[in-house]
Design a protein around this ligand. Structure first.
Ligand code: ADP
Ligand code: MG
Length: 231
């Protein structure tokens, strides 16, 4: 959103180029509303991460940048405005996080399902949708998604992708059950009643982890007799 030198944050707090507004700070860094060249945007500052978390914070921000590139142009996802290895800039979306806005309209969930389907069609799974602060309710009542640090960004590949995509959906339906339960369909209730069993998630993710460690530590992965595969 363009504005002249300064603009107002949702809470009505004055924000200008010299006074960023801190939204959140934790081990992985700092999230702020900033104004650059008169445009309000969100900055994730990885330099503010704790020293022992710096590598994880850097990887998470790089993953978020990758996801935002793949999702470019989707209404309801911030645009990537910059990533230089230290600072990730994304477009500001006017709205409030779900826990504040408490969306009770059916339309919100209909649009949220469509948004999720668009993500999945582009081969991105969000992986952090249980958290209400990652869902925004925009000024016009429509949904938006932020925080792609944990996203799966490697395209639509096999069983793990499908499993994680279904978990994305299940987390959205949990929010629908909280705020708009009467609009849940029978099929949606059935999905809510069948979370991915930990054993399936472990088989899908644990084996990948084991392969990764095997490759990193031993330099190879013995691929069931098909020969050694090097990175
Ligand atoms: N593009 C955005 N537009 C508006 N608010 C945002 C945007 N990105 C993040 N926020 C707000 O900042 C909060 C923290 O950002 P988020 O990316 O979720 O950080 P973290 O990874 O630390 O959870 C979000 O919960 C949301 O309320
Ligand atoms: Mg978040």
């Amino acid at each position: 959103m363009a504005c002249n030198r300064a603009s107002f944050a949702p809470a009505g707090i004055f924000v200008d180029a010299a006074n960023p507004i801190l939204l959140k700070t934790d081990e992985l860094g700092r999230i702020e509303i900033v104004v650059r060249d008169g445009v309000r945007m969100i900055r994730r500052d990885v330099r503010a991460a704790r020293w022992w978390a710096w590598l994880a914070a850097h990887r998470a921000a790089a993953r978020e940048a990758r996801a935002l590139v793949r999702l470019a142009g989707i209404d309801g996802v911030p645009a990537l405005l910059g990533w230089d290895g230290c600072e990730l800039l994304r477009s500001y979306i006017v709205g409030a996080p779900m826990q504040q806005a408490r969306p009770r309209e059916r339309g919100y969930y209909r649009d949220a399902l469509r948004l999720l389907a668009r993500l999945h069609r582009r081969g991105i799974v969000h992986n952090d949708l249980a958290k209400e602060p990652n869902w925004l309710v925009r000024a016009d009542g429509r949904p938006a998604l932020v925080d792609f640090q944990l996203a799966w960004t490697r395209g639509r590949r096999g069983r793990l992708f499908r499993l994680l995509a279904r978990e994305d959906l299940r987390h959205l339906l949990k929010h629908k059950r909280t705020y708009c339960a009467e609009a849940l369909s029978a099929r949606q209730r059935a999905i809510l009643d069948t979370p991915a069993p930990p054993s399936r998630l472990w088989r899908a993710t644990g084996k990948r982890l084991y392969k990764l460690v095997a490759r990193r530590v031993f330099g190879y992965w013995d691929n069931e007799g098909k020969g050694r595969v090097r990175d």
